[in-house]
Design a protein around this ligand. Structure first.
Ligand SMILES: Cc1ncc(COP(=O)(O)O)c(C=O)c1O
Length: 405
């Protein structure tokens, strides 16, 4: 944000009749990273650093075993949460982007073809472009309706002889639109394709069962709906799927071999794991499993519903996405006429203490579908710890800006 922009907004605010209410601090950027975390997450990170401290899988002394147990327990909880066959099908990575790269680089070879969702985050979109540049991989993009919903019936006509996989986000990080992943799973099985899902916006927020939904590979991040620390994430790989590793190096097992071990998870976990991060994620998973994803979804759905019902009915306010709780995660994107998303987001923060995110949200494809490519939008995204009072602060801010503009 430039000083010129800030000065502009301040000048704009001077002309406002609004004199300022009680400015609070309301975090509505949970689609970027969830904040705050459940209390045990902070304690688990601290405990790992202070009391455990050592690397997992690199020694046979007691503390190394303790580190290994913490990591295995997080892996087991992830397998349970996602419906994976076994914990060793869960590979830890540093984030969802890392996991998406592992999946796509590990599966797509020279001249392969892929079918790619049209609402993807750059983690998929840029990776596909890099695969095209490096390996001549071709891809076709699935059409979407204006609210982001997928035109799944269009997929069969995109399939070619060399199509290997379908890759799609589970929910758009811009419009919140939920994609029909279980139907994609059926379609992929029918045409003998693999299904890769980017669950960055849904793991911990929506129920997921990789086996029931026919998902072959699922990338997730630890720091959004899973409520863990940044620097954590992972990839589920279904049994029987051959993926080439992205990283080669030390695994602490079969060290004399010149090549990566075949067994999971070590095959894909070269280098030292993020012990403190995974310990925090493990604590977050305990919290989520105890509460149940259904009750988390219910709470976030209520916040979404409350927002949609209480936003002002104004011609000057444009809302994006399906606008119904059953087809949308707790993300609300909007624009206000005659302002840029940056201005609105700045004003919401400066006047009301409401933190939102403006711009393209690393997803230019989604903005193309929504018709907001030029400026992007303002995005408010709710998490488990948000309340209806937080939504009230957002709505008061939007109403004031609408009155003043
Ligand atoms: C849909 C989607 N995919 C991937 C990512 C990337 O996640 P990470 O930052 O954990 O790599 C994000 C993060 O915003 C996202 O929303």
């Amino acid at each position: 944000m430039t000083q010129g922009f800030v000065d502009f907004c301040r000048r704009m605010m001077r002309g406002f009749r609004y004199q300022g209410g009680s400015k609070v601090s309301v975090y509505l950027d949970n689609a970027a990273t969830s904040h705050t975390k459940p209390e045990p997450v902070y304690r688990a990170v601290e405990n790992y650093l202070q009391e455990v401290g050592v690397s997992a899988g690199r020694g046979s002394y007691r503390q190394a075993q303790q580190a290994e147990d913490i990591i295995w327990s997080a892996r087991t909880n992830l397998a349970q949460l996602l419906g994976a066959e076994k914990p060793d099908r869960i590979i830890f990575t540093s984030c969802a982007t890392d996991a998406v790269n592992l999946a796509l680089f590990g599966l797509l070879g020279r001249w392969d073809h892929a079918i790619v969702g049209g609402m993807e985050h750059n983690s998929v979109w840029r990776t596909m472009h890099e695969l095209r540049r490096r390996r001549g991989v071709r891809f076709s993009v699935i059409p979407h309706a204006e609210d982001g919903s997928m035109r799944i019936e269009q997929i069969p006509r995109l399939i070619r002889r060399n199509t290997r996989l379908i890759v799609s986000t589970h929910a758009s990080n811009v419009a919140g639109t939920v994609m029909p992943v279980a139907r994609l799973g059926q379609l992929a099985a029918e045409y003998n394709l693999l299904l890769v899902v980017d669950a960055a916006q849904t793991a911990g927020c929506l129920p997921i069962d990789v086996q029931k939904m026919g998902i072959d590979l699922l990338a997730f991040t630890g720091h959004k709906g899973l409520m863990g620390p940044q620097g954590t994430g992972g990839l589920y790989i279904r049994e029987g799927i051959d993926v080439h590793p992205l990283l080669y190096g030390g695994t602490g097992t079969q060290s004399a071999w010149p090549h990566q071990p075949r067994a999971l998870p070590h095959r894909f976990e070269a280098g030292t794991l993020n012990g403190p991060g995974i310990a925090g994620l493990g604590a977050a998973l305990e919290f989520i499993l105890q509460r149940g994803v259904k009750s988390i979804r219910e709470h976030e759905g209520q916040l979404l519903d409350y927002t949609l019902r209480n936003l002002p009915d104004s011609q000057k306010l444009s809302l994006y996405g399906p606008g119904t709780v059953d087809r949308q995660v707790a993300i609300v994107s909007f624009n206000i006429e005659a302002t840029t998303p940056e201005e609105v987001s700045y004003l919401l923060d400066e006047m009301f203490g409401v933190m939102t995110r403006a711009g393209l949200h690393c997803s230019p494809c989604a903005h193309r579908v929504l018709g907001t490519s030029d400026w992007g939008a303002v995005r408010a995204s709710f998490g488990f710890f948000n309340t209806t009072e937080d939504v009230d602060a957002l709505i008061e801010g939007i109403e004031t800006i609408l009155d003043e503009i």
